[in-house]
Write a protein of this length. Structure first.
Ligand code: NOJ
Length: 568
């Protein structure tokens, strides 16, 4: 009796001491899937989501005030881009303190409030960990640059130049200019893959590794469910500083193209992924990677040969597809599925032109937005949405160089306009500043906010918002969409992408007309194990009356989506 009592007390004390309430997740289904495999992730750019203190920039309390909206939409986890103290040269991707909140966004108390409110709604928080570099204002770098023999000198990549005015080698910063900046004080160059204000950390130094793993622990203990790891491809550089091969042609900044053989995707990256994963596992956390890969093989590597690296390396390859081609999507999805891991689909984010603008044909824009939603939210895998996709926000690029906020837009104007266009304030209402703030926001709201905003679209049953709302509800309740395999139909069709998601006795058909013309689609269901199934329509994007309920031809309007349940 006493033993049992003490055991119970010991257990409850232990669970109080558990650093993260979400640690050691139980599987969410009979397949052994974890919560993140059933989750819809929503990326928030905190500067632009909701401005609670009316200074023109969004903040943590603003995000907290919108949690009910997100819950109702069908969001399970939010990934917030960096809100740590930062000089904001790269709008937060230049971190000067990893364990605090920039006053512009609030306080640690506000963070804890957001975390508690999110937890009440069963929404997980994912933070953004900038692992490749810090701000040049981080105390680590300030010490590092103070003298050649400072104990933190080796926390960054310092080298002698080749001669007066000549950097150590030909590596370039992806944000324009050289990858090296000369520091007159100690007469050496430091390396930066991004802006000069973002010096690269030296991951070959074990002290750097320890410091960054400690950062993750700090936040896991505060209850975060995981991290999105920034710029992991560029963590390591060739120690011999071999020049990169120069290629034909020039880039958008007018520099020679280069093959980044010696400063990108070095094999050592995977050692760090494993170490970050080990720490994440201590807390039952999930790691999402900003993994730019050129093919499915490279993507596969980021899961780890023993599934011991990232649980969720992002498949960013679709963001580079030109135009809409059923064939291109079909082949890509088939290859990703064949690779055998849990896919993570992304069609846009804060660095990439919004999908609404990317696929726009000026006639069917809203239909295309719904069709793309039906694609990435019905595939096998986890999906990461970007704020505003659910209302059809479009890019609002700066009209002149003077208006540009993003430094790469200033440097590369007009070929490179920067990323302001995809980072504009969330459009909540048709009112002033789209309801984002009572004052002029840091980036301008596009005229389309009058029609494409949360308040107006909630009232319109045919809006993009309502399509997303229904789609996300299906995705959370239909076993075939959660756990089913992916079987393509009519694989020779150049215009229509059709597939079935099958799980046990459940099967859901998805038909997407990726062309600008009407298509009458007769499907061969044999690959999915059906001959003439019954169809029960679950959701269509346009012309609902035209949807059929029998296994004959399906009339598909241009860029329409059709989702139905199949039965024998
Ligand atoms: C990728 C981030 O998404 C981007 O916004 C940032 O500028 C770079 N990494 C550098 O941190």
């Amino acid at each position: 009796m006493f033993n049992k009592f003490f055991a119970a007390v010991a257990l409850s004390v232990l669970s109080l001491a558990t650093p993260n309430a979400f640690a050691q997740q139980k599987p969410v289904d009979a397949e052994g899937h974890q919560w993140w495999q059933h989750a819809v992730f929503y990326e928030i750019y905190p500067r632009s989501f909701a401005d609670s203190n009316n200074n023109g920039v969004g903040d943590l309390n603003g995000i907290a005030s919108k949690l009910d909206y997100l819950k109702d939409l069908g969001i399970d986890a939010i990934w917030m881009t960096p809100f740590f103290p930062s000089p904001q040269v790269d709008f937060g991707y230049d971190v000067s303190d990893y364990d605090a909140i920039d006053p512009m966004y609030g306080t640690l108390h506000d963070f804890d409030h957001l975390s508690a409110e999110a937890k009440q709604r069963n929404i997980r928080l994912i933070l953004d960990l900038v692992v490749n570099h810090t701000s040049d204002q981080h105390p680590w770098f300030k010490e590092s640059r103070s003298s050649r023999d400072n104990p933190r000198r080796d926390w960054y990549i310092w080298r002698d130049g080749k001669g007066p005015g000549q950097p150590p080698n030909n590596w370039l910063s992806t944000f324009g200019l050289s990858g090296w900046t000369f520091d007159p004080k100690t007469k050496q160059y430091y390396y930066h893959y991004f802006y000069p204000e973002q010096p690269d950390l030296n991951w070959r130094n074990p002290a750097v590794e320890k410091a960054m793993l400690d950062v993750t622990r700090f936040w896991y203990k505060r209850g975060v469910a995981g991290f999105r790891l920034d710029a992991v491809d560029t963590l390591f550089e060739d120690p011999a500083l071999t020049d990169n091969p120069v290629l034909e042609g020039t880039d958008k900044f007018g520099r020679h193209n280069m093959k980044e053989s010696y400063n990108k995707k070095l094999p050592e990256v995977h050692d760090v992924m494993r170490k970050l994963r080990n720490t994440a596992d201590e807390y039952g956390a999930v790691l999402i990677g900003e993994t730019w890969t050129s093919d499915v093989g490279e993507l596969k590597d980021y899961y780890g040969s023993k599934n011991d690296e990232l649980q969720m390396p992002m498949d960013l390859m679709m963001t580079g597809f030109k135009g809409l081609s059923a064939d291109q999507y079909r082949k890509h999805i088939a290859a990703v599925n064949a690779a055998g891991h849990w896919p993570v689909y992304v069609i846009t984010n804060h660095d990439i032109i919004r999908s609404y603008t990317r696929y726009s044909d000026d006639t069917h824009n809203d239909d295309i937005a719904k069709m793309m939603a039906a694609l990435y939210l019905t595939l096998r895998g986890s999906a990461i949405m970007y704020y505003g996709e659910e209302i059809g926000m479009q890019n609002n690029d700066p009209k002149s160089k003077e208006d540009v906020q993003d430094p790469i837009g200033k440097l590369g104007w007009p070929t490179e306009k920067g990323r302001d266009g995809e980072r504009t304030p969330m459009q909540w209402t048709a009112g002033p500043n789209a309801g984002f703030s009572e004052v002029k926001p840091w980036l301008p709201v596009p005229p389309s906010a009058i029609t494409h905003n949360v308040a107006s679209e909630m009232k319109d049953p045919n809006s993009i918002y309502n399509f997303y709302h229904q789609l996300l509800a299906l995705r959370h309740t239909e076993p075939a969409l959660l756990d089913g395999d992916w079987v393509p139909l009519n694989e020779a069709d150049p215009n229509v992408l059709a597939y079935v998601r099958r799980y046990k006795d459940e099967a859901i058909l998805v038909v997407l007309n990726m062309s600008a013309t009407d298509q009458n689609v007769t499907l061969d269901y044999a690959p999915a194990g059906f001959s003439a199934p019954n169809l029960k329509v679950l959701l269509t994007s346009v012309d609902k009356s035209a949807a059929v309920s029998a296994a004959d031809a399906i009339p598909m309007a241009p860029y329409s989506a059709y989702i139905a349940k199949l039965s024998k």
